[in-house]
Design a protein around this ligand. Structure first.
Ligand SMILES: Cc1cc2nc3c(=O)[nH]c(=O)nc-3n(C[C@H](O)[C@H](O)[C@H](O)COP(=O)(O)OP(=O)(O)OC[C@H]3O[C@@H](n4cnc5c(N)ncnc54)[C@H](O)[C@@H]3O)c2cc1C
Length: 232
C-alpha cells in the first residue's frame, strides 16, 4: 500500500533520536516488527529510506517510525520537517514479525534496532498475550537509550515482559551490565534459551555477531528471525 500523510506529532526520544507520527490510514494493516519506506524531498530530490515501525498494530490512530539523527542529508531533511508537512509512505515490508505465534521469545536489539522491538513489546502488552518476552537491549551510553521509561511502564503492566539493558560505554554511575550482548548474558537472563524463538535487530555487524553467538550456544537457525538496520 502507498499513501501520503502529514506528520501529526514529533517526539524527541533521546539526544539524537526522534519519533515521527502520522495518521494511520483505515486500511493500513501491518504486523509488529515490520518496516515502511518513507519518501521525502531531500535537496529537491525525492529520496526514500526504510524505517521499522516503532508503533504497534494495536495503536490504531497513528503509525510511528523512530529515526536516529545522523547529521546526514536525509536525516537533516527529516529533522527539518514540522507538523503538517507530508511524506509518502509505502509498506508494510519485512518478515521479522510477531503475531503471538510463540509462547516464549527473546528480543535482542543493538542501538536503533530497538524500534521494531518496541512495537512487539507494545503489541504483546496491549493484546494481553501470555507470551513470555525477554528483551535485551545494547546501547553505548545512557544518552543513547530510547523508550526506556515506556518499557519500564510496560513491564509494570505486563508481568510477562522483562527488559534487560546493557551499556558498553556507560558513565561511572551505571550499575547495570557493561558488556556487549554475549553468551553469558543470554545464559543468565534466559536459562531456557535453547527452546525459545529469537528476534534480532541492529546494525549489520551486530546482527552477524549475534547469529554467530547464538549458533555457538546451540540455538537453531530456524528459531531466529532477524532484521539488519543498514544504511549508515
Ligand atoms: C529494514 C530497515 C529498517 C530500518 N529502520 C530504521 C529505524 O527504525 N531507525 C533508523 O534511524 N534507521 C533505520 N534504518 C536505516 C535508515 O533507513 C537509514 O539508512 C539510516 O537512518 C541512515 O539515514 P541517514 O539520514 O543518515 O541517510 P543519508 O543522509 O542518506 O546518509 C547515509 C549515508 O550516506 C552518506 N552520505 C550522506 N550524505 C552524504 C554526502 N553529502 N556526501 C557523502 N556521503 C554522504 C553518509 O555518510 C551515510 O553513510 C533501517 C534500515 C533498514 C534496511
Amino acid at each position: 500500500m502507498k499513501f501520503e500523510e502529514a506528520v501529526i506529532e514529533i517526539l524527541p526520544r533521546s539526544k539524537n533520536v526522534k519519533s515521527f507520527r502520522f495518521k494511520r490510514p483505515d486500511d493500513f494493516d501491518f504486523k509488529a516488527g515490520q518496516y515502511i519506506i518513507v519518501t521525502i524531498n531531500v535537496a529537491e530530490k525525492k529520496t526514500s529510506k526504510p524505517f521499522s515501525l516503532s508503533s504497534s498494530p494495536t495503536e490504531e490512530d497513528h503509525i510511528e517510525f523512530t529515526k536516529k539523527l545522523t547529521g546526514h542529508e536525509y536525516s537533516n531533511a527529516l529533522d527539518s520537517m514540522s507538523v503538517g508537512d507530508t511524506a509518502s509512505i509505502s509498506g508494510p515490508y519485512g518478515k521479522m514479525t510477531f503475531e503471538g505465534e510463540y509462547d516464549r521469545i527473546v528480543l535482542l536489539s543493538g542501538g536503533i534496532g530497538i524500534t521494531p522491538m518496541r512495537s512487539i513489546c507494545k503489541y504483546c502488552t496491549d493484546m494481553k498475550l501470555d507470551t513470555d518476552v525477554v528483551m535485551i537491549c545494547s546501547d553505548r551510553t545512557e544518552d543513547d537509550m530510547v523508550f526506556w521509561k515506556e518499557l519500564q511502564d510496560m513491564m509494570h503492566e505486563n508481568r510477562n515482559l522483562l527488559v534487560f539493558q546493557t551499556l558498553t560505554r556507560a558513565s561511572e554511575g551505571w550499575k547495570g551490565s557493561r558488556e556487549r550482548i554475549n553468551a553469558n548474558i543470554i545464559e543468565d537472563q534466559v536459562p531456557d534459551y535453547r527452546t525459545r524463538r529469537f528476534f534480532v535487530c541492529g546494525p549489520p555487524r551486530m546482527v552477524e555477531s549475534m547469529l554467530e553467538m547464538l549458533s555457538q550456544i546451540g540455538v537453531p537457525d530456524e528459531n531466529i528471525k532477524k532484521e539488519s538496520i543498514t544504511g549508515y
